[in-house]
Design a protein. Sequence first.
Length: 298
Amino acid sequence: MDEGTLLDTAQMLIVEQKYQQANNILDKILEEDISNKEALIKKGYISLQQKDINFAIELFDQVLMSHPKDENALTYKADALCHMGDYAKAMKFYEEALAKNSMHFQANKNYNIAIRAQGKKLGFEYKKNIDILKSKKRDLQRMQQKLEHLLEERKIKEEARLESLRAAQIEEEKAKKRTASISQRKNSVNANTGVVRRGSEVIKTYRLRLFELNKQKDKIYEREQSLLEKEASYLEMLKTLDTEKQKLSQKEEEVWSSLQEERKALEKEKKRLKEERKALKKAMADEKKKNGRKFERA
């Protein structure tokens, strides 16, 4: 049985969806001629029907390496890419097939389907990007509110610290006055040993109190420095958040502009296809009239 007969038999089996039997015949042909274009295309078509998309693309690529303008291989590879959801790349292969043969029925039909699917996909991606941007904006707003809350708490703590510091200073002044008063009393006290001893103990007590107040004052100063450092850090975070917010706004504008351009390109492509359809219908009508006239003459 010659090659042509085997290919016809395989085609009949494909039409009857007897893919395994058709594959066996095609494998025999490829054993004799591994680069047989028709056998590779039919085998790729069977793989496409059986959802083995990657293997189908490998077979179509093998054909396109030696026959880069083959309209059937280009169309079937575009179909496979549509199955994978890569409509933009599939449209390029449909366009190459239609450039070779603008009357190719399957390429014209599936090209329109791919255009509509790509439009839906772009709309979904735009909505998804908008949702992501909105989510990031909400996160930034929450972070900004949290920082404002922290700054408010820091302000309240700072006021309390200053109040505490003022109270400590007042207490220190009182202690100094008591110390001065005790010193005066010590100078004016009589030679009574007991009175002098009690005065010394009181002075010692006040000195210890003064020492403790000075320690508290140092601690309050250290806390003040720490709070100032935190405030500087919060302000830096606020600046970073403002910068990020501006970037997100710019990104949103870029996404919107890109989608608008893509939509315009799709509308333009639809108009071109509509014109090609009209031209195709007119050519088919003229051909039909021409054949009708030939038939009448005959």
